[in-house]
Design a protein around this ligand. Sequence first.
Ligand SMILES: [Zn+2]
Length: 447
Amino acid sequence: MNRTWSPYWNPKTETLPKDQLRALQLLKLQKLVERAYATSPFHRRLYDAAGVRPEHIRTLDDIRRLPFMTRENWMENQAAKPLFGDLVTRPEEDAIRYHLTSGTSGRQPLRVLDSRKDWSWITDMWCYGFWGFGIRPDDKVFFAFSYGSFIGFWGAHYCTEKMGCLTLASGNMTTEQRVKQIVEMGATVVCATPTYALRMGQAAEKMGIDLRKEGKVRRVIVSGEPAGSIPAVKKMIEDMWGGMCGDTAGMTEIGTIMIFECDKQPGGPHIIEDHFIEEVLDPETNEPVPYGERGERVVTSFGRGFIPLIRYRTKDLVCKVPHTRCSCGRTGDIYEGGILGRVDDMKLIRGTNVYPRAVEAVVREHAEVEEFQIIITRVDNVQDEITVKVELKPDQEECWPRLQAKLGKDLADAHEGLRFNVELAKAGELPRFELKAKRLQDLRPKY
Ligand SMILES: [Zn+2]
């Protein structure tokens, strides 16, 4: 690469001094609330009920006068006025795309529509992230993604086209076909969920392919699961592929990503603050928490025209730290450790809080583990038991007694001494995932 590129996709706004960034956010917020009030009956009702009007937004702190949008009130609105509810601001004919949430835990999916302008913005947000992690026009980017109704990497695909990369789609390929093509085509960038990046690496090993020697991958960009910022997972991916692993996170409700890791890898992704306001609130009191404390992300997005997203409660747990944590010069703050989990995916086991992501962080410290599953059961209707089932990489059986003891100890140490059962699964017994992994099974009776 001969040219000297700027390290930023948008050099002006990504490095804007904080006071100017705040002024820009306020201006955008005022416009957004005005537009939502005028064009979305859903928002008008919400704001009328709360006694708040667009002209009440005079400072950034006034955002707290606005009521929350929740998945629940969005779903209700959609159910009451099918198909899309009356929170969409424009007629369906103006849309060019339709997508759905991935519909975890048996809920009705959210349906979203976007215009051509929305898609241009969605693409641009991915460009912030890809460019920021060092992707350049001479890269060959491989998407291990199914290109369905789930929005996933769709925007990232357009982003690499826009940047001038050679873009490789692999919609219906098997894992083995993908690995082969990545090597054959000399792909320099691979995009996948963290789970699937690991799975492709494991498949390559079984196929006798050394990705570090035979592949040319220098960057792996992950999204879709909180594991992308778990250091042990990141290291496994980097060791397998021989390139740096960068985390991004987005949501169907936003249509694109709102945070991305830069190539300085400061331990968490930057917030794209010129396009989003990310509040971090105590989920019980709804009061903002200071830097360095955990809370729930509440997002306001300036970019999507069809669906105003204002103070949307995400239920994602995060810990915000100042942008000065990173040396890259961006002024967007950082979510240390990425998305830490979900407010509602905490499990209470015999009085101790267990988060699946924390279990994953411990399990992935052990390189012998290929796949795992967490199973929670209730014995004799009283005692809750938590079991981690582990599938080992090929030819690792002899390490099992030592690993079983070590894992049990490490898991207990990370959970106030809570006893975990650690069991060995047969090779190929545990489910494998391409999109979002579902490794936790709570088999306790529901009341
Ligand atoms: Zn940075």
